[in-house]
Write a protein that binds this ligand. Structure first.
Ligand SMILES: Nc1ncnc2c1ncn2[C@@H]1O[C@H](COP(=O)(O)OP(=O)(O)OP(=O)(O)O)[C@@H](O)[C@H]1O
Ligand SMILES: [Mg+2]
Length: 377
């Protein structure tokens, strides 16, 4: 029985714990607050800030896990680099966790591998940002190098927006580096997440592409499969394979691309299950969580089947505690619709609290209708 230390205990961690528990693992779920979703289904839990070096080291020393599985980006990844040298195994690798925590580092890796990205540059002050943005050409997208879920991200349409965008990015950034990435705005036809599975033995596998729509830098709904030109899909798979091979290790990655009429552009990746991939809980025979579990445990993945499916998020709209959900019976009265309530103990505006899932014809519309019926009160 493998002992897994899960770093981050959100809704993605919760589904991952269920998958590995089914395969007989023992899981210690960690997060900065008690009662986090994955803690509710794990064997043990541990509350500390994963950005704190001493506490993270202490948890690893105490539990002596066979596998350390990051679920979030905000981790003191230097500790993971050190403990990996000491013989602990980090999923998929400490380097992957370290590079993807910082947008600039993973972007530089992609460029080094010759992967097509949007035109971009980095800036460390408002004045610097104006110069770089002017150079790229407006509109531009601005994101802190350390942040997630759209925090601190904005679009500057003209030079007059720059000061505000800089301040917004500084307010939304994590960590100690005042640095942003400024990027050409891509007028994409659609964007996808390509779930990519690196196995311990055997070839890299790809799920059907997942289409999704984002608002405020956060995903609202997703569907699978997203139809795309076969040659575009091949280009995306080749780029995903290149980048994930460079990062190494075993596990599932969510590789994000923008697709325009003529080309496929790499955006970023998560070395772990992706939020837009929650659709696979209904659309695939093995969900992204099952695939991550099998890949890290070195278990076979003989086949990945996909039917039409979709997911739509249920968000809170205010601060609160002990949330209740109305409309769930109504949502579930539709055949082929399911709901996952994450069990987060408190709410804040736009916090993701649950997801509605639908499979079969018109899955997207049905998932969105179901999500619309559910209210967090
Ligand atoms: N250069 C761009 N051109 C157009 N849209 C963009 C660009 N960069 C980002 N976006 C939009 O913003 C979304 C979020 O950006 P990105 O994935 O880089 O940030 P994130 O904070 O890591 O988000 P998440 O954590 O939810 O994946 C993208 O999915 C896309 O919809
Ligand atoms: Mg993203």
């Amino acid at each position: 029985m493998k002992k897994i230390l899960l770093l981050g205990s959100g809704e993605l961690g919760k589904e991952f714990v269920i998958s590995v528990k089914r395969l007989g693992c023992h899981v210690i779920a960690c997060d900065s607050y008690a009662g986090a979703p994955a803690m509710q289904v794990a064997d043990e839990y541990c509350v500390f800030s994963m950005l704190d070096e001493t506490s993270l080291r202490a948890a690893i020393a105490k539990y002596q896990p066979d596998l350390i599985v990051p679920e979030i980006e905000a981790i003191r990844t230097e500790v993971l680099l050190e403990v990996e040298k000491e013989g602990f195994e980090v999923i998929p690798s400490a380097r992957a966790a370290n590079l993807t925590m910082n947008r600039d580092r993973i972007r530089d890796v992609a460029v080094g591998l010759g992967v097509r990205t949007a035109k971009f540059n980095y800036a460390e002050s408002a004045a610097d940002l104006l110069t770089k943005a002017t150079d790229i050409g407006f509109p531009v997208v601005i994101k802190p190098v350390m942040s997630s879920s759209g925090k601190g991200q904005s679009v500057a349409k003209t030079p007059a927006d720059i000061q505000h965008c800089w301040e917004f990015a500084c307010a939304g950034m994590r960590g100690d580096r005042q640095k942003v990435i400024v990027e050409e705005f891509i007028h994409f036809e659609f964007e996808i997440t390509l779930l990519t599975v690196r196995q311990r033995k055997g070839p890299t596998l790809f799920c059907e592409p997942i289409g999704h729509v984002q608002e405020r830098g956060d995903y609202q709904y997703s569907w699978q499969p997203q139809a795309m030109k076969p040659d575009h899909l091949k280009v995306a798979q080749d780029m995903a394979e290149k980048v994930t091979t460079d990062l190494g290790g075993a596990g599932l990655f969510g590789v994000e691309f923008f697709v325009t009429k003529d080309e496929v552009i790499f955006s970023e990746l998560s070395p772990r299950p992706h939020d837009t991939g929650m659709v696979t809980l209904v659309s695939q025979n093995l969900s992204e969580f099952d695939l991550h579990a099998r890949a890290i445990l070195g278990l076979p993945i003989p086949q990945i089947d996909c039917v039409e499916g979709a997911s739509a998020v249920v968000l809170a709209d205010k601060e609160g505690a002990h949330p209740q959900f109305t409309g769930v019976p109504d949502a579930l009265s539709e055949p082929g619709v399911d709901v996952r309530i994450f069990g987060k103990p408190s709410t804040r505006p736009y916090r993701r609290m649950a997801v509605a899932l639908a499979k079969g014809p018109n899955a997207l519309q049905r998932a969105r209708d179901a999500a619309g019926k559910i209210k967090v009160v």
